[in-house]
Ligand binder design. Structure first.
Ligand code: MLT
Length: 402
């Protein structure tokens, strides 16, 4: 069943022009219809008038991405991207259900006004409804590409998208998100991990990358710096294959470009069997000493416990899906020389044995102009093991990218 923030509408012939395309002017009506329909299915069509308010449109921006035709069913997704005292901004996307093609995106800025035409507060009931699917810690829930993702969004400025590894979640970037003001920091839980939906099927690097592109569409972000850790890097390579022109800069942390060899592929299947038979806790216990440095394990019990808990809380379906996605991922070594001109920072924990410094050195050498930073005292998770050093390196890099 669709969440109330998603509404399907059919394109009618009378909404199309002489060429049979859904007419640009009709989009305004369809976006409006989708918003009202969402209220009908949610807090009620009179949620504003009950509070003596009326939402007046102040500004509209529509981007038309692809043509739609009579009979097409469009799925409209509504998200609140700004919630002020008397105004709010709603971001809407329309995708064709049969092929998931993005047809149009729109942003509407509203001001709530009284009968006398004076600005008055946005009704609390409306805000509560739009935020009802928030995740913990102030993160939002956004439905993209057919799944509901928990996403932390903080600040304004050029966008940076943080992509965590396996089996982690968005909170590994906690310190970087707190510190990197001057940027719009976006950190989703990938499908199957953290608080995002964990479907039984439907995992693959291309699918994770599609989720991220759809998330950026929903948030109205055209260009972005991508920052990925380990499996997050594998996802980013897939993103680059499809949407290189959207990427302004690249930060690759404890990741590698090579695909899995035969032995690594067998190990993925064995790990999936452990997850299925013994659960996420068992996977977490086995992985902890591999992903953290001896220094972290010995001197930073808080960080070690944080990582253990994140791993142990990962849904088994998400673990199994991610393991298959990593097993079957493409080799990306051929992609690296083509990244010439894209500002790139490669980072690696000095003690990483999962994706060792040698892989990082090879990767940095193959990307023209890439910088390499080796983080002492960290293994596979520098953002948590050495948060200050990691943040400083990212901040310096962002200064160069601008
Ligand atoms: C990760 O941290 O994402 C994984 O350890 C990567 C891998 O196993 O290849």
């Amino acid at each position: 069943m669709l969440h109330p923030s998603e509404v399907d509408l059919t394109v009618y012939p009378d909404e199309c022009d002489a060429f049979g395309h859904l007419n640009q002017a009709s989009f305004l009506s369809l976006f409006e219809r989708a918003r009202w329909e969402m209220l009908v299915r949610g807090p009620g069509i009179d949620v504003f008038t009950r509070a003596g308010a009326w939402p007046a449109v102040r500004k509209t921006v529509i981007d038309y991405h692809a043509a739609a035709f009579p009979g097409d069913v469009l799925r409209f997704h509504q998200a609140l991207t700004h919630h002020g005292r008397t105004s709010f901004t709603m971001r809407q996307t329309a995708r064709r259900t049969k092929d998931d093609v993005l047809i149009a995106t729109a942003e509407f800025v509203f001001v709530c006004i009284s009968r006398e035409g004076r600005p008055i507060p946005v009704p609390a009931e409306f805000g509560d409804f739009m935020h009802a699917r928030r995740a913990s810690g102030g993160a939002q829930r956004l439905t993209v590409n057919g799944v509901s993702l928990a996403v932390e969004i903080r600040g304004d400025g050029p966008a940076i998208l943080f992509v965590h590894g396996y089996p982690f979640d968005r909170t590994i970037w906690r310190d970087q998100i707190d510190a990197l003001d001057g940027h719009r920091r976006i950190a989703p839980d990938l499908r199957g991990m953290g608080e995002s939906d964990a479907p039984d099927l439907g995992y693959g690097m291309a699918i994770y990358a599609d989720d991220l592109a759809a998330l950026l569409d929903t948030l109205g972000v055209d260009e972005v710096v991508l920052c990925g850790l380990s499996m997050g890097g594998y996802v980013i390579f897939e993103f680059l294959r499809r949407w290189r022109s959207r990427v302004r800069g690249l930060i690759l942390i404890d990741t590698r470009a090579e695909a899995d060899g035969a032995e690594a592929r067998r190990a993925r299947d064995a790990a999936a069997a452990t997850a299925r038979e013994s659960g996420a806790e068992a996977v977490a216990e086995a992985m902890l000493p591999k992903v953290l440095s001896a220094a972290t394990l010995e001197h930073d019990p808080e960080a070690a416990e944080r990582i253990r808990r994140i791993m142990a809380a990962t849904p088994v379906a998400g673990m199994v899906g991610a393991l298959a996605a990593m097993r079957d991922r493409h080799d990306s070594t051929g992609l690296l020389p083509t990244l010439a001109g894209l500002p790139t920072l490669v980072m690696v924990g000095e003690d990483d044995t999962v994706t060792p410094p040698d892989s990082a050195r090879r990767m940095a050498a193959a990307i023209p102009g890439a910088r390499l930073v080796v983080v002492p005292g960290a293994a596979h998770v520098p953002p948590v093991e050495q948060p200050a050093e990691t943040t400083t390196a990212i901040r310096e890099f962002l200064r160069i990218v601008g």
